[in-house]
Design a binder for this molecule. Structure first.
Ligand SMILES: [Zn+2]
Ligand SMILES: [Zn+2]
Length: 259
């Protein structure tokens, strides 16, 4: 996360059009269950409006909040995800336990873009705005001495319009960039895997055709044992194709009620 210190709440708000001006940014809103706490600040860092289940909040409340606020529910709880989908709320079951795995899942299944956007507060989810030199100077004069005096570079600063938190590209920034790169590499690997699967599925249909023909030929020759073996091969090929198609579906964007 960007470095942050507490301060007084600010009052200037940036507009939605500002948010949407981040190029190619597909706006999605999320609600997370309590088991996915680490995803919260990352999704906010990536610019997504993300809220988190309150302590002791019931599954039913999560569902209602997702429905009323148009949020996608992310949960480790398969049963909850299925209930939400049955009742028309978009929900994705997260299976990974580690944060990079979890982010990979939302990137592949929902198209989450893993680059820091600096439009949303990682702490409170409100919008943040870039501070200009005068605003920065004003904050310093007000005694916000945690803001580095005369930064060595033209580093940028942001302030949350909700909680007033000030952010800048601090020591954690390198880790953020590394995670972004890792996620992008993972996305490319998944993309290649998708292409391989598509290729194999297409290919296996051709093979299946040949196996069936061979099976018929063996039958015509009266070679029942050969025919039986080839029949097994046809069945196995059909099964394999089915599994490949299932794997491909899971690698694509989620949109159905299937988990
Ligand atoms: Zn905030
Ligand atoms: Zn082949």
């Amino acid at each position: 996360m960007p470095t942050s210190q507490s301060s007084e709440p600010g009052d200037t708000r940036i507009t939605i059009s500002n948010i949407c001006s981040v190029q190619g940014f597909k706006m999605m809103r999320f609600i997370l269950d309590r088991m996915l706490g680490r995803m919260r600040s990352w999704l906010r860092l990536f610019g997504y409006d993300t809220i988190y289940a309150e302590e002791g909040e019931e599954d039913g409340t999560l569902f209602l909040r997702a429905k009323h606020e148009g949020r996608i529910l992310l949960s480790r709880d398969k049963a909850l995800v299925e209930r939400c989908r049955r009742r028309g709320v978009r929900a994705v079951q997260i299976r990974s336990l580690d944060i990079v795995g979890q982010l990979t899942e939302v990137m592949i299944h929902l198209g989450v873009d893993p680059s820091p956007k600096m439009i949303r507060c990682t702490l409170c989810n409100d919008q943040i705005k870039r501070l200009n030199k005068d605003e920065l100077e004003a904050l310093r004069e007000e005694g916000y001495d945690y803001i580095p005096v005369s930064p060595p570079d033209d580093r940028e600063f942001w302030q949350c319009t909700g909680c007033g938190q000030v952010f800048w590209e601090g020591g954690h920034w390198e880790n953020i960039r590394k995670t972004e790169e890792l996620l992008r590499r993972r996305y490319m690997t998944a993309e290649r895997l998708r292409h391989k699967l598509e290729h194999w599925i297409e290919h296996s249909e051709g093979h299946l055709e040949s196996y069936r023909k061979a099976m018929e030929e063996a039958g015509d020759l009266g070679l029942r044992d050969v025919q039986d073996d080839l029949k097994q091969a046809v069945q196995a090929m059909e099964d394999a194709t089915g599994w490949l198609m299932s794997a491909l579906k899971r690698l694509k964007m989620e949109d159905s009620g299937e988990g």
